[in-house]
Ligand binder design. Structure first.
Ligand code: SF4
Length: 481
């Protein structure tokens, strides 16, 4: 068997692209592996949104050189935003690469996989020699795994036309390019037919979606996907405040299978900074959007992105961000110190000293973490239904799963087998403890469907896992404190 190993860095768009690569590989006869040492093809799907992501990607390229040394027939390819940005220099910097594919060349990568496949001997295995890779460590944001099919990313739109002054995306992925709704629905049907439990509609600015032929908007698309037979859960990433309309808020509140989690990046709580970022909304407008969201979607988790140390950010600007975060009470936030990206306007402006950026990040994290921890604490003692994600990174005897409001829960796998979880991927987990990063607990049952009856994993378990009771628990789980 020829195996393909895919490491993904960065955002949901890259995860969706990795899924496309995995599908093309499967069609050519490859099997996915989560172990690079047994792969015939290693794919690094890279990100360039921050300097750290670039460094990690180049580090991984150097790391995988050992694979080529042990077995020159192994193919090592790089794709994604960094490949697009550095396409002219990457191959020279890393001559051991077998291919560099930009963001619009995924089909060409799929063709290369098909062309390479016959050259791999099916008995070929040099895993022992390649074990030398393991001690070198290093992690991608995501590695293709045996449960990848239960959680499907469906790209609804590529690129972005908003040109935030800090962002490289429009430069490496181009302007908005919306897919026809019929194509999106067809892809969703295929994902559901092969066992997908949760669909995530992805776009860099997903709620700006407009059907190219008839102008149907993102709310219309959500309704159409929600109506598909066999859908368990639906969610979407990432939204822009500018395109969050009253219609979308009302639609979100009306769709019972939509996950109770909304990610709406605010980036800063200061109007002068939002203007310099070219974000196209004010703090007051963001606040209004949240009021509409909460009116239609009470008890949902609201998550966000924040950048500190942006050029021109004064202490007063930063204090405004802190106060705004305190006021809103985000259930989670992805926080970053601004890092200049080549080719973007903000990279040419006077920069904030890194030590100030670092200190602001620590203060912001302390504020955000209080809200995050409180959100997780609400789950303590409750039974939550969560979709399996794979073995825990820190302890492979444990399973990690995600609740429908996107909280990580980790629990001992016990005697559960991968084959069972592939068909019953929903875990009923009693939450025993809560932390800032997520929760730990005990798996009581596994279920085929989100609304289905759970099968107890322990014969001594007396807990009632009947679906009607389960619903009550989920409602309570999503309710505000
Ligand atoms: S909205 Fe701004 S931050 Fe988001 S992808 Fe577009 S340019 Fe980048």
């Amino acid at each position: 068997m020829a195996y393909i190993y895919i490491e993904t860095f960065g955002c949901q768009m890259n995860e969706a692209d990795s899924q496309y690569i995995a599908d093309r590989a499967a069609a050519s006869g490859y099997a996915m592996t989560a172990n690079a040492a047994e792969a015939s093809v290693v794919v690094l799907n890279t990100c360039t949104v921050r300097e750290g992501a670039e460094r990690r990607a180049y580090g991984r390229m150097a790391h995988f050189k050992a694979l080529k040394r042990a077995d020159p027939s192994v193919k090592l390819v790089v794709c994604g935003c960094l490949a697009e940005q550095d396409r002219d220099t990457m191959q020279a910097a890393a001559p051991h690469l077998d291919g560099v594919f930009g963001t619009r060349e995924l089909a060409r990568l799929g063709d290369a996989l098909a062309a390479w496949r016959p050259s791999f001997d099916d008995d070929h295995s040099l895993a022992d020699e390649r074990l030398l890779l393991e001690p070198l460590g290093g992690h991608a944001d995501c590695v293709g795994d045996p449960y990848a099919h239960v959680r499907t990313f469906v790209t609804v739109q590529r690129g972005c036309s908003y040109y935030c002054s800090f962002c490289i995306v429009p430069h490496v992925r181009g302007r908005f390019d919306n897919r026809p709704m019929d194509d999106i629905l067809a892809e969703c049907r295929v994902a559901l037919a092969r066992g997908g439990r949760e669909l995530t509609l992805v776009g860099q600015t997903v709620n700006a979606y407009k059907e190219p032929a008839n102008g149907a908007d993102f709310a219309d698309l959500l309704e159409a996907v929600h109506a598909l037979d066999g859908l368990d859960r639906l969610t979407f990433l990432t939204s822009h405040p500018k395109d969050y309309t009253p219609k979308l808020a009302a639609t979100m509140g009306s769709l019972p299978s939509l996950n109770p989690r909304f990610h709406l990046p605010v980036q800063s709580g200061s109007d002068p900074i939002l203007r310099r970022m070219n974000r196209k909304y004010t703090v007051a407008q963001y606040r209004e959007k949240i009021a509409a969201f909460r009116a239609h979607c009470p008890g949902w988790a609201l998550t966000t992105d924040l950048i500190v140390g942006f050029p021109g950010e004064t202490e007063a600007d930063f204090e405004a961000t802190l106060a705004f975060c305190d006021e809103i009470g985000f259930a989670q936030a992805f926080m970053f110190v601004y890092s200049p990206r080549r080719g973007t306007p903000a990279a040419h402006w006077e920069q904030i000293p890194p030590e100030i950026g670092g200190e602001r990040l620590r203060r912001l994290a302390a504020t955000i973490d209080r809200g995050v921890r409180a959100w997780h604490e609400r789950k303590r003692g409750r039974i939550v239904r969560a979709l399996v994600a794979g073995p825990s990174r820190k302890d492979r005897s444990k399973l990690a799963a995600k609740t429908i409001d996107n909280v990580t829960v980790v629990a001992p796998a016990g005697s559960l087998r991968e084959s069972e979880l592939r068909t019953r991927p929903w875990l009923d987990v009693r939450v025993d403890d809560a932390f800032t990063w997520g929760c730990v607990g005990t798996i009581l049952g596994i279920a085929e469907r989100y609304d289905g009856v759970a099968h107890p994993v322990d014969a001594r378990s007396t807990i009632d896992l009947i679906s009607s009771r389960f619903h009550e628990r989920q409602t309570a789980d999503a309710a505000p404190a």
